[in-house]
Design a protein around this ligand. Structure first.
Ligand code: COA
Length: 373
């Protein structure tokens, strides 16, 4: 019987980062200037005052202390408030392919795999910088991988959904060894003028190798015992950016074309959805919640993570049981649970069970139950 394993993970993050203090200083300077310039309209009630942000609020509400930025330049500039990226020529490696290749090489090295071993490349993330050709095919070319590659978007669940695709392909026999990469270049979609959301995201790239267990040579291998995915339509996390802007005459850079959310509703609705999803999956697999050694959860908000594991376990989880990387990375869309796995898996003992789980826009919940071999 063919089984699928995760045989390696990879991580790359930019060197540049922005602390909460720096981000808030810039946002507050923007807000004060806005309020000064619109004082009359604000007094007349026709324009809403820009409220100030605070580092204390950010840490308490989210657990985030800093975020890595692919390009820091421009974000803190009051007249810009977005990263400044150079446009690359068609014959240069694209930004996301560059990020993807870095994480991919790390994962390949840890899985002790070369390009010749891999036959499928999936680039899965919240945004791709173009529609085609696929970033995955560019990565494939750059790394010298034969076979095929494709991009898939599933917002914060892109990584887990792609790992499920990879596992299915290995189990079906259509792929031998799949490289799943998540080049999350998210800061260009952040509205740094929006108090509710200016602090949420950071940039990172993660990768995983999923392959046939009988061909695996890696010392760190995790058998995929089961995968599960749930989606329920919601407008509470949305970005209207898209190719129709050319035809609709809408402002392609209007506020609704950036990341928008009703964070409170997301919190209230996604936590129970995730708990139910995981309880059902573990029940189907005849695994007790108490037998899960580690929870590599999506990293959007520390309070969400704590609530989810508290509801599952009936008590608080220790950081060892449910590690958090939000303080360093912020929300990195689909890459969060993969970063948690990458940083916190080598201490697991043979037989230990872990759950990798994402949740977010869509709504979507994706999960893999794995056992350390
Ligand atoms: N600085 C200071 N105060 C702020 C603030 C900021 N940047 N943003 C909001 N506040 C204030 C609000 O005005 C509100 O004040 P009030 O009580 O006087 O009305 C108070 O802080 C609480 O705001 P609220 O929006 O209820 O905060 P919250 O605790 O729900 O946290 C989020 C906000 C966005 C961090 C949180 O809701 C969240 O993370 N939700 C899930 C988001 C998510 O996972 N999205 C998925 C993305 S894929």
């Amino acid at each position: 019987m063919t089984r699928a394993v995760i045989s390696g993970s990879g991580l790359w993050h930019p060197e540049e980062f922005i602390t909460n203090e720096e981000l808030v200083a810039s946002y507050n300077a923007y807000a004060e200037r806005f309020n000064r310039e619109n004082a009359e309209a604000i007094a007349a009630g026709t324009v809403k005052e820009c409220l100030l942000s605070s580092p204390e609020f950010i840490v308490k509400a989210s657990g985030i202390r800093q975020r890595y930025t692919y390009r820091r330049d421009g974000i803190l500039d009051l007249d810009r408030m977005r990263p400044r990226l150079e446009e690359r020529a068609d014959d240069e490696l694209s930004h996301q392919a560059e990020m993807a290749v870095r994480a991919a090489r790390d994962a390949m090295q840890r899985a002790e795999r070369t390009a010749a071993d891999i036959d499928t490349v999936i680039v899965a993330c919240a945004y791709t910088e173009r529609a085609y050709p696929a970033i995955a095919i560019e990565v494939q070319e750059e790394l010298g991988i034969k076979g095929y590659g494709f991009d898939m978007l599933a917002a914060c669940s892109a990584a887990t959904f792609a790992l499920q695709r990879a596992c299915d392909a290995v189990l079906a026999g259509s792929s031998r060894c799949v490289l799943v990469i998540n080049p999350e270049l998210v800061t260009p979609q952040v509205n740094f003028r929006d108090r509710d959301g200016h602090f949420i995201f950071g940039d990172v790239s993660t990768a995983m190798i999923v392959e046939r267990e009988d061909m695996c040579v890696s010392p760190h291998r995790y058998r995929i015992l089961g995968t599960s995915a749930t989606t329920i339509y919601s407008n509470n996390v949305r970005s209207n950016f898209g190719h129709l802007a050319y035809a609709t005459d809408a402002d392609p850079f209007g506020p609704d074309k950036l990341f928008c959310q009703n964070g409170r509703r997301v919190f209230k609705e996604v936590c129970p959805l995730t708990v139910e999803h995981l309880e059902n999956q573990l029940q189907r697999m005849d695994i007790a919640v108490a037998d899960v050694r580690r929870w590599w959860l999506h990293q959007a908000n520390i309070n969400m993570n704590q609530l989810i594991v508290r509801r599952l376990l009936g008590r608080e989880a220790t950081p060892d049981e449910a590690p958090v990387v939000l303080d360093e990375f912020a929300n990195t869309a689909s890459a969060g649970s993969v970063i948690a796995f990458h940083r916190f898996h080598e201490d697991l003992q043979s037989g230990d069970i872990g759950v990798l789980c994402s949740f977010g826009a869509g709504y979507s919940v994706g999960s893999l139950v794995v056992r350390r071999l």
